[in-house]
Design a protein around this ligand. Structure first.
Ligand code: G3P
Ligand code: CA
Length: 330
């Protein structure tokens, strides 16, 4: 007959049920059962604590932390685009090395439904597409991701960046989110495409999304009300879908009324803002970020008005400008 140690679970149960166990074996079994119960209790506790911890970090994800910042944010426009080819991985990495709070980029959908990072609708300015296909005015949305990624997006800026490719939005997010927060600007495509990618990557409120198309922002907000959004202005299209009026270019109470229809929490405006407009926005609980600021005097004027963020091609210059303001402080 096999010993108790040689039996499997069913055998041990049968033996215990037959009542033919020694006192020592029964004691061992009781101790083992108590240990198992303790182990189970510990794993339940750690699961609960883990969930509580996850929930605690989710109550303050990066996008909300940035919104709550008490100091102006420094946002790298298309990466560190003064010193590296805009909207490429080298540009994003340089911006991160310079300590950008956020790295801004632009995306379009490709012919085969991927999202790709580029500012212009035409490929001519920032790639070698014209040489490659012996054409001009080549529309980014008319090419597949593979075709677009075969282009050189670095040489136009400097020969030392030759061979740099146009990143997919997914690649750019992997790079930027490793050490900063992406400010994603939608240039083309539906909110659902971007949302799908953000959900797959677990990036809701780990990035901020913005657009000049306020109907896109409104629809995005409807589909994912948690996601922090920026409304770029002056807009191209209003929250109702109609074409926006061409004027005024300045941030006004009327624009803020329109902007609030989108669900955006940030007015991302050109430098045509005033202290009054910033105050009005703040009264409504909105933040104001201003683009594209590469001049220290302009940056200082805007910071005096109380703007909450500066979007710049030169991250270090804006950090330096902010640091030097400490000299003026009483
Ligand atoms: O983030 C603001 C800025 O990027 C908007 O202008 O034309 O550079 O995309 P643009
Ligand atoms: Ca942009």
């Amino acid at each position: 007959m096999p010993s108790y140690a040689q039996l499997d679970g069913v055998g041990r149960f049968a033996l215990a049920a037959s009542g033919r166990l020694s006192h020592r074996t029964r004691l061992r079994m009781t101790r083992k059962a108590a240990e198992n119960r303790l182990l189970k209790a510990c794993s339940v506790i750690s699961l609960v604590l883990g969930t509580l911890d996850m929930n605690a970090s989710e109550t303050n994800p990066p996008a909300l932390k940035l919104l709550a910042s008490q100091r102006p944010l420094v946002i790298a426009h298309r990466g560190y685009s003064q010193f590296a080819p805009e909207n490429t991985l080298p540009s994003f990495k340089m911006a991160m090395a310079a300590g950008a709070d956020m790295v801004e980029l632009d995306y379009y959908p490709t012919l085969d439904g991927k999202l790709i990072v580029i500012h212009d609708h035409y490929l001519d300015r920032t790639t070698d597409a014209t040489n490659h296909w012996a054409e001009t005015n080549i529309n980014v949305e008319a090419k597949t991701a593979a075709e677009l990624q075969s282009l050189d997006a670095g040489s136009w800026f400097d020969r030392k960046y030759a061979g740099t490719h146009i990143p997919l939005l997914a690649e750019a997010l992997d790079t930027i989110q490793a050490g900063s927060v992406t400010l994603i600007e939608r240039k083309g495509g539906a909110p659902a495409d971007c949302l799908k990618l953000l959900r797959e990557k677990g990036l809701i409120n780990r990035v901020i999304v913005q657009s000049f198309d306020w109907e896109y922002i409104r629809a995005f907000h409807e589909q994912e009300p948690e996601q922090v959004l920026g409304a770029l202005g002056p807009p191209e299209r209003l929250a109702g879908g109609e074409k926006a009026p061409k004027t005024p270019k300045e941030l006004t109470a009327a624009w803020l009324d329109e902007l609030q229809k989108t669900g955006a929490q940030v007015a991302v405006w050109s430098d045509r803002v005033s202290a009054d407009a910033v105050r009005l926005a703040h009264q409504r609980g909105l933040k104001v970020w201003v683009y594209t600021i590469n001049d220290p005097d302009l940056a200082n004027n805007l910071l005096d008005m109380g703007v909450d963020g500066l979007i710049t091609n030169n991250t270090s210059l804006i950090w330096r400008t902010i640091a030097l303001r400490a000299r003026k402080a009483p």
